[in-house]
Design a binder for this molecule. Sequence first.
Ligand code: AMP
Ligand code: MG
Length: 341
Amino acid sequence: MDTKRVVADFEDWREAVAEAVALLENGGLVALPTETVYGLAADAFDAEAVAKVFEAKERPSFDPLIVHIGHKRDLDIVAKVPKELDEIVDELVSTYWPGPLTLVLPKKEDVPELVTSGLETVAVRMSAHEVMRAVAKEIPVAAPSANRFGKISPTSADAVMEELGGKIPMVIDGGACRDGLESTIVAPEISEKGPVLRLLRPGPISREDLRKIAKVIKPKKTKADHIEAPGQVKSHYAPTTPLVVIDKPTDFVAEEGVKYGLLSYRGEGNSSLMEATDWAHIEIMSPGKGKLAEGAVRLFYCLRKLDAAGVDIIISESVSETGIGVAMMDRLRRAAAGSEQ
Ligand code: AMP
Ligand code: MG
């Protein structure tokens, strides 16, 4: 199959959206830009279309999808918000939607089981990207990241083409993603002391941001062979090249004859590995002094370039685990775990 690439520029993104909606209404798939990473969308209420998402991504059916809606009021179409959570959900939605925050809530009966992998909960979000939002206003879509399962998430239409070109009918090219890392996922829950937020996946909305609304608690522990809250698949976002994350510069000792690539945070400074060996390829996450925010936007892009550079091992520096740095280290560790297999 040929993958049609439609550029959603300032002039004609509405036309691109109309074309995407027509395709989705006919049970087709479209890769769409969001502020986090590109998503692979299908009509959320069409189980056959959703099955095609799993097929294109080679994704196991135990890993549920996120449903994107276009209006806050559409939350009722996919989720049943329990009375006790009404207030906290309202606060989260009015503070962070549209934006990179996904809420896990009890699902409405007619959301297909395939979307939620048989769970009684559904993950919902409202994207801040005008293209995804315009599409979701017409038709709520189930849209996981537009990459093959376990691989590096795509933050550009080029990356989508590398991952899924020839396997899907259309991608809308909306340029580079603003945040560059997947949405924060939280499950609001009731505890003895009132509502709490169970943080299932760190992301652009930081723990500090969430704490302003309620107490933040850890995800439940999952056993390797039994996934209860699928947000925690240990290996993910993985390059094909082995990746090793270095905590402190002294932990890295280069071996003779190995071609190393470096993923550096800022390319300089005390904790930098720039001078540690004769690197075959270097990518710098934040070359423009943009710090963690810039690093987050460029992390998957840099990882993809290093993976294509023909090195034997990719070595990554660590970043400080504050704000978006928590999500960056989460992705790097899972990418390293995935590349070992
Ligand atoms: P992706 O968009 O590819 O990052 O995939 C969506 C992710 O959302 C899944 O891997 C899960 O981690 C998470 N997710 C979706 N639905 C649920 C749910 N009902 N409970 C917990 N996590 C979920
Ligand atoms: Mg993904």
